[in-house]
Design a protein around this ligand. Structure first.
Ligand SMILES: Cc1cc2nc3c(=O)[nH]c(=O)nc-3n(C[C@H](O)[C@H](O)[C@H](O)COP(=O)(O)O)c2cc1C
Length: 328
């Protein structure tokens, strides 16, 4: 898939997830084959741009290109400024968030709530595309509720505005994360527009990624929650799409190596205090489904230092490896 001058390595995109897709996680997913990883949202509120959190979000040191930054907001002029600000700091693609159901994205009308106001959507897209030289992409839901699935109409506005790729999450705003994503709307949009389309929602396996690509005709698939604690999903899907073969899941020892490297990158990026806290949720995802994982999580969530967190994590994996040897 091509976005402006950037030819992606494959059809796999890591979804933006606030609080999850920080630089260490994006790098990890790219290492496992994500062709594109969208960074966490940067608010259009310039009062927040000097905050530690925003500065960290804009840190792209060593990140595999293209560097994509998502912005959110409802004011065309502020969105244009936010786009320029991020491009000056290294963003190579700007992604606009009209897909997030959270009420307080930037103010009450941002994220997917904007889908209700097509005129405002047009003004935002025009303002951002005009403000920057880099490609601008858009992420939407299928509409604001099941009676108002206006993704096609928004897609046409996006196409006219010069948006260069459109990601569609197969749920409406009102659906939040309930029920199952539907791909019919994504398919209908793809048939009607010439922009690259990225299908998103509930893609959790190589087979399911292939089915969604085939059914929708989309140019790529975007994966969010299924990559939590499972960044190797990109390797599995890439391999399956190329060969039709399923790779086996990493064994305990490889999982431990991946996880420890991830934790060390989090500590280096955030420092000890925040690094240990951010690491907790990743530890929880990686350890899900393993025997005694719940007990390990309860204990590891109580420690506050890198040393203790690493020591307990090693001990947990050592016990899994020993149990595996006993069973063999
Ligand atoms: C924790 C979390 C944070 C998210 N944050 C954002 C965000 O900042 N911007 C956005 O456009 N979507 C956000 N999303 C939505 C995802 O990008 C994606 O559209 C959604 O999770 C559906 O894909 P999935 O089924 O593969 O997870 C978030 C989702 C989750 C679970």
């Amino acid at each position: 898939m091509q976005i402006g001058p950037y030819k992606l390595r494959n059809q796999l995109v890591l979804a933006p997830m606030a609080g999850v897709t920080d630089r260490p996680f994006r790098q990890l997913c790219k290492k496992f084959g994500a062709g594109l990883a969208v960074s966490e949202m940067v608010s259009c509120n310039s009062a927040l741009w000097g905050s530690k959190q925003t500065l960290r979000r804009m840190n792209h040191e060593g990140e595999v290109e293209p560097r994509t930054v998502q912005i959110a907001g409802a004011d065309p002029e502020l969105m244009a400024q936010a786009a320029q600000f991020n491009v000056e700091r290294g963003a190579q693609i700007i992604d606009i968030n009209m897909g997030c159901p959270a009420k307080k994205v930037c103010n009450v009308m941002a994220g997917s709530a904007l889908l209700q106001n097509e005129d405002l959507v047009k003004r935002i897209l025009d303002a951002v595309v005009t403000a920057v030289e880099v490609p601008v992409t858009l992420k939407i839901r299928t509409g604001w509720d099941p009676e108002h699935r206006n993704a096609l109409s928004i897609a046409k506005i996006a196409e006219q505005a010069g948006i260069q790729a459109l990601a569609i999450h197969g749920r409406t705003r009102a659906c939040a994360y309930k029920g199952e994503a539907e791909y019919q709307t994504i398919r209908s949009v793809k048939q009607e527009i010439s922009l690259p389309v990225i299908a998103n929602g509930d893609i959790t396996s190589p087979e399911n990624a292939k089915e969604v690509l085939e059914f929708t005709g989309a140019d790529a698939v975007m994966i969010g929650r299924a990559a939590q604690g499972r960044p190797w999903i990109f390797r599995e899907i890439e391999h399956y799409l190329a060969t039709g073969e399923l790779l086996s899941e990493p064994g305990i020892e490889e999982t431990r190596t991946i996880m420890i490297e991830h934790l060390n990158n989090l500590y280096a990026f955030y420092g000890e205090y925040t690094g240990v806290r951010v690491a907790r949720k990743h530890i929880a995802w990686y350890s899900k489904g393993h025997p005694s994982g719940a007990d390990f999580r309860r204990r590891v969530n109580r420690v506050d230092t890198i040393d203790e967190q690493l020591r307990m994590t090693h001990a947990f994996f050592d016990s899994l490896i020993a149990a595996g040897r006993m069973a063999a």
